[in-house]
Write a protein that binds this ligand. Structure first.
Ligand code: PLP
Length: 392
């Protein structure tokens, strides 16, 4: 007989999923009710206000898509882009490449504006592309590139896009809840995020929000959205109609309890306080990692506090170190993605995982393991530097 699955208690400090707050797991275990139950509908209305707060938006169409961040990405592209459209994508890491895949699968033309991995997207390059492609209808880019840990100036990019009559699609999977993000003030037309990064919720849902201009475009499409499941014209009938909502698909009830709880936690803490906590823990981790001799690949000016990419020291085996951390310390950190594979470690400080005890655990564990594999490190000095950073 197969027995029940009992996973170990790990500390998740990779690029996601992040540590889930026990209060969220507890919320998930509450009784399942019907997805058209009036009490469930009431909970969903609250969820919408909580999401509007998290996104800093008044957008009516602010909902969680019933699938992970990648489905939120796809929701934005399949609804806003039609065959033959031209979309400018600014790419500075892995996730911009996925945007290109989405655009091409819509039968549209992707104009790629490339920046070096580890750098922010350059607004000057976007401006040049907008001038060269007056036919473009949409501009897309990633706010917080999880493959490198670089952030991009969303407002500067959106201002340029609007000056050229384009709508903007922004990936905020890693930024929501971790760093400053203001959907309305920055002029974002379509945004998607994920539950398992800085919201510290279980994976599998994707909060999205659409401006009135993007809703208008969706309602006036010449062709049907090619994805039935992600067609917002249909999904709006479920989320947008209050008590009169119509069945579209069965909502993932218990996962939505979890997201509701994580947004309540965020509201109780306060967005600005959550951003400040991520910055403070990043600062201490940085002090410790640098004292271990590890260097960051992203310039401080555009570095994300929730995703710390550092160069793996010469002669140190990436998989061996991560294996020891996982098996002996129950600590997960991330390896490099794409061109960064084998070259960097990505240490996440996302949501509930962004805590002082985690930072101290990570610096001491990484120091000890580096010593075990023969690297020349002074873990004591690194711990002192980390603790000192908290005192600043
Ligand atoms: C994690 C991530 C995604 C994909 O989210 P999933 O929930 O894994 O589908 C998309 N974009 C960025 C920037 C991410 O970090």
């Amino acid at each position: 007989m197969t027995s029940s699955f009992h996973p170990p208690q790990r500390t998740l400090m990779g690029p996601g999923p992040s540590d889930v707050n026990p209060r969220i797991l507890e919320a998930m275990a509450r009784p399942t009710i019907g997805h058209l139950d009036p009490l469930f509908v009431q909970m969903m209305d609250e969820m919408k206000s909580l999401l509007q707060y998290a996104f800093q938006t008044k957008n009516e169409l602010t909902i969680p898509v019933s699938a992970p961040g990648s489905a939120g990405m796809e929701t934005c592209f399949v609804n806003l882009v039609e065959a033959g459209d031209t979309v400018i994508i600014c790419q500075n890491g892995v996730f911009g490449g996925r945007m290109k895949e989405n655009v091409e699968r819509c039968g549209a033309i992707a104009i790629m504006v490339e920046d070096e991995w580890g750098k922010a997207c350059d607004p000057a390059k976007l401006e040049a592309a907008l001038k060269a492609h007056p036919e473009a209808t949409t501009v897309a880019f990633v706010h917080a590139e999880t493959s490198t840990g670089a952030t991009t100036d969303v407002k500067a990019m959106c201002d340029l896009a609007h000056a050229h009559d384009c709508l903007t699609i922004v990936d905020a999977v890693t930024s929501l809840g971790g760093t400053e993000l203001r959907v309305d003030a920055w002029g974002i037309d379509a945004i998607y995020s994920g539950t398992q990064k800085c919201l510290s919720c279980t994976p599998g849902l994707s909060p999205v929000s659409f401006s009135p201009a993007s809703v208008e475009r969706i309602q006036n499409r010449k062709t049907k959205v090619q994805s039935w499941f992600l067609d917002l014209n249909l999904v709006m009938g479920y989320w947008g109609k209050g008590a009169k909502r119509a069945y579209h698909h069965t909502a993932p009830i218990n996962s939505l309890y979890a997201l509701h709880e994580s947004l309540v936690l965020l509201q109780n803490e306060g967005l600005e306080n959550a951003w400040a906590r991520h910055a403070k823990n990043h600062n201490a981790l940085k002090a410790g990692l640098e004292a271990l001799g590890l260097s960051f690949i992203v310039d401080e000016a555009v570095r994300l506090p929730q995703l710390n990419s550092v160069t793996i020291p010469e002669g140190v085996d990436d998989a061996q170190v991560r294996g020891i951390l996982l098996n002996d310390y129950n600590l997960e950190i991330g390896g490099g993605l794409g061109v960064m594979a084998g070259k960097v470690w990505r240490i996440g400080l996302m949501g509930y995982a962004s805590r002082q005890d985690n930072v101290l655990k990570c610096v001491s564990a990484l120091g000890e393991v580096l010593g075990r594999v023969g690297a020349n490190v002074d873990t004591k000095k690194a711990m002192a530097a980390t603790i000192a950073a908290y005192g600043e």
